[in-house]
Design a protein around this ligand. Structure first.
Ligand SMILES: N[C@@H](CCC(=O)N[C@@H](CS)C(=O)NCC(=O)O)C(=O)O
Length: 209
């Protein structure tokens, strides 16, 4: 018993947390709750997640929502040495936060999630082709931002080592590819580098069984 429980599989947001845990070499229990399935309606899950969202992460008495916050918590609490996942310099830490907020807002919430809500889930969120089209155009503009960051040949968003910023961004690239949104070649190569990591692959097999 580690006291660490991750609720959620089958989604890019849950994958961020699985991947972080695997990079940090931490043991944890997975509760295989998928979004929009009866597993979300059990008393057990409703008690843990009154907002009915995955991922949820429990670490002893601490319970956290929001994939970016969970990944950052894990990196701050357990990351060290080669598995630091966060820069030590405060300015670089701020840069890492900047990428996390950028990805969560500009690529996830206001682009890909709009496409999902109004394209894939019209019965819940309404059929809105104009919103889907405009979110696609917005995504195409915003994805140029991380592409430009990698233009100097760096392997990761913050330079020469993996950080939480990469763990937050990569699932959005997977999502965009699945939704046939334009992902520049440089970011496709970056995504492939991330996907070649053993921790990514272990996390993937747990999150997408
Ligand atoms: N901003 C949240 C988003 C969480 C979220 O929307 N999760 C989806 C699955 S990926 C969910 O639980 N959806 C259920 C619903 O909205 O009813 C995060 O990054 O953790």
């Amino acid at each position: 018993m580690t006291g660490r429980i991750l609720w959620g599989i089958g989604s890019g947001r849950a994958f961020r947390v699985h991947w972080t845990l695997q990079e940090l070499g931490l043991e944890y229990e997975t509760k295989p709750v998928r979004t929009r399935t009866p597993a979300m309606d059990t008393d057990e899950f409703r008690e843990v997640s009154p907002r009915k969202k995955i991922p949820v992460f429990e670490d002893g008495s601490l319970k956290l929502f929001e994939s970016c916050a969970i990944a950052n918590y894990l990196a701050r609490t357990y990351g060290e040495g080669t598995a630091a996942l966060l820069p030590s310099d405060p300015g670089e830490q701020a840069r890492c936060d900047e990428w996390c907020y950028f990805t969560a807002m500009e690529l996830d919430a206001t682009s890909l999630y709009v496409i999902r809500r109004h394209g894939d889930l019209p019965e819940t969120y309404g059929d809105a082709p104009i919103a889907v089209e405009s979110a696609g155009e917005y995504f195409a503009r915003q994805i140029a931002v991380p592409e430009a960051e990698l233009a100097d040949g760096r392997l990761f968003l913050l330079g020469d080592r993996l950080t939480v910023a990469d763990i937050v961004l990569t699932p959005c690239l997977n999502w965009a590819i699945r939704y046939e949104q334009p992902v520049p070649d440089r970011l496709l190569a970056y995504r492939d580098r991330m996907a070649a990591r053993p921790a990514y692959q272990t996390a993937y097999s747990i999150c997408y069984p």
